[in-house]
Design a protein around this ligand. Structure first.
Ligand SMILES: Nc1ncnc2c1ncn2[C@@H]1O[C@H](COP(=O)(O)OP(=O)(O)OP(=O)(O)O)[C@@H](O)[C@H]1O
Ligand SMILES: [Mg+2]
Length: 161
């Protein structure tokens, strides 16, 4: 890996729409096989970012992108990139063991991307999984900071152009 990949990309968003826009850029630069951890407190914008990622990857506007509630994993097809997106919200899991029972290993495929909100809650299970890490924090009512780590050169270029 290029040494520059270790330098985090730090972005600020001043609106929900801007966070979705950042997600779009990230989503359009995905290749397949990525696992993305979204880490940040309640209301920091994890789901908004995932909405953008899904749209950028080509999930149709008519498909609702919301956190899974009745199922543990939401699945969307990203037509443009020809990828399945799996959206997990670990906040809704009762334990890391429940996460293991999801069949996570089967979701990690070259033709799929796995998005995990509250990944920090299941890190004990995820220990050896290489992943993009997005840390979100509140700076004000509509201001958020996003710190992206372990991203590919293509994603870095898409986010910083
Ligand atoms: N710059 C911003 N980016 C994203 N959301 C913002 C921003 N400013 C304000 N918001 C608001 O913050 C909330 C973010 O909600 P969202 O569901 O994306 O957060 P979340 O991190 O997924 O929360 P949860 O932990 O409950 O799943 C929304 O109400 C949104 O309108
Ligand atoms: Mg959420």
């Amino acid at each position: 890996m290029n040494a520059s990949c270790d330098v985090p990309v730090v972005l600020t968003s001043d609106s929900p729409e801007r966070t979705i826009e950042i997600g779009r850029s990230l989503g359009a630069a995905l290749q397949g096989g990525e696992v993305i951890y979204l880490i940040g407190p309640l209301g920091s914008g994890k789901t908004h970012l995932i909405q953008g990622i899904a749209r950028g990857a080509g999930v149709e506007e008519t498909t609702a992108v919301i956190s899974p509630t009745f199922v543990l994993v939401n699945e969307y097809f990203a037509r443009t990139l020809g990828l399945e997106l799996y959206h997990i919200d670990a906040y809704r899991l009762n334990s890391p063991a429940e996460f293991e029972q999801l069949g996570f290993d089967d979701l990690c495929r070259p033709d799929a991307v796995v998005l995990i909100e509250w990944a920090d809650r299941v890190l004990s299970v995820l220990q050896n999984v290489p992943a993009i890490r997005v840390e979100l924090s509140h700076e004000g009512p509509t201001q958020r900071t996003l710190v992206l780590k372990n991203i590919s050169p293509a994603i870095r270029a898409a986010l910083t152009r």
